[in-house]
Structure formats: structure tokens, C-alpha cells
Ligand binder design. Sequence first.
Ligand SMILES: Cc1cc2nc3c(=O)[nH]c(=O)nc-3n(C[C@H](O)[C@H](O)[C@H](O)COP(=O)(O)O)c2cc1C
Length: 228
Amino acid sequence: MKILAFNASPRKSKGTTDVLMEAFIDGAKKSNTDVEKHHIVDLNINGCLSCFTCWWKTPGVCVHRDDMDWIIPKLSEADILLFGTPIYGRNITHYMQRMVERTFPLSLPEMFAKDGQTSHPSRQQRKIPHLVLTATCGFPDLNNFDQVRALYPTAVPILLPASQMLFNDEGKEYLSDFLEAIRLAGQKMAEGDEIPGSLKDKLIVEYSDEMKSTVIKTHNLYSASRLE
Ligand SMILES: Cc1cc2nc3c(=O)[nH]c(=O)nc-3n(C[C@H](O)[C@H](O)[C@H](O)COP(=O)(O)O)c2cc1C
């Protein structure tokens, strides 16, 4: 079992998205799993130029020579693709978007329609890895993840609003069951098992109105104390 992981936070392992990703990896490592994780900010990934060279001039090969040269073949070898992103402007970060756009060479130019949806077929007969999407945001409301969930409907979502809770002991304690659920999901997926619905529910944190008020008050006090 191979897990390929990409963290799209510029805070890398000092951030909160990485805590969730590491919990998943921790669980997965309980079985014989090969894990490779990268922080996208450390990679050299140029933006897509929309030149369509990868479709018509050098099919399957992009004009850019950068880290996507090794990432593209690796994507097809992975059994599980673990993406982590903070929410920026209610969406994935541009680090992740840039990487996703550069997977364009993996598709063929032809269009085909299936179940009322038009798309491009895959260039290779490759196995489609299971996608796990961990995302964190600062506001306590789950609807900050709406865009991301709509973008990746087949992904297993692991979602943490008000992720700053992870920066203090009380918050970490409050989220300990959530982190344990992520570990269990990692272990199950690495063993090739389905994640039961009851466990999937535990991978998404939803706060009560009272908890949301506490998050807002705590944030405003902290923010006032930080002002220079
Ligand atoms: C530029 C920017 C835009 C952001 N936009 C949102 C947003 O739309 N909604 C939200 O809830 N949090 C937003 N946040 C907060 C981050 O999502 C939050 O701090 C995240 O958990 C950081 O993840 P990290 O610790 O892994 O870097 C934003 C933060 C930044 C820096």
C-alpha cells in the first residue's frame, strides 16, 4: 500500500493541517504502508500556461521542467492520495490549485459524456487512487468547506473548523476523539478496508452554537493581545 501525501499549507509542519495529516499517516503506519509526504511550498511547480502542448504537440508531456516531472508518474503509483489544505477565501490554497492544474497532461483531449457530465478520459489505463482530503479553517462554521467538498465529491473529507483549537492544550483535549478517528481511518484505509459511515461522521468536526461563541470570544481576546 502506497500513500502519497501533499500538504498545501505554507506553515508546513508548524500548522494545523499537518497535525491532521500526521494523524492519518500515524494510523496508516500501523500496517505495512509506504508513506511519502511533501510540503507543496517546498516544491518547484510552475503555473499552467494553457498552451495545450501536453495535448497536441508532445502528448502527455508538459512544457515545464520542474517537480511535476516526478509527481505525475508517482500519482499513478499511489493507492491513497492524501491532500491537506487550509481554507483560503473559502477555497483550497493556490499552492494546491497550481498542482492540480498541472495534472492536465494526465487527460486526453477528447470529450465524452457520462451520466450527463462531460469530461476528458484518462490518458493511461491507470489505477485511480483513493482520495483523502484534510482541510482546516479559522472560522468555526463548517460551510467554509462547501466549495472544497463540491470540488472533490469522491474524496473522504477530514474537516476541522477553528483549527487554532489545536494550538492549546484544552482545544487538543476537546479534539482528541477526532484525532483518534483520523488515526483509525488511516489504519482502515491502509488495510484496504472501507471506512464505515459512523467513522466518517467523526472525521468532520461540527461545533454547537455555544462552542462557536467561545471560539469567537477566544479569538477576539487573542487578536487584541497580539496587536502591536
Ligand atoms: C489568506 C488567508 C485566507 C483565509 N481564508 C479563510 C476563509 O475563507 N475561511 C476560514 O474559515 N478561514 C480562513 N483562513 C484561516 C485558515 O484557513 C486557517 O488558519 C487554517 O487552519 C490554517 O491552516 P495551517 O495552520 O495548516 O496553515 C484564511 C487564512 C489566510 C492566511
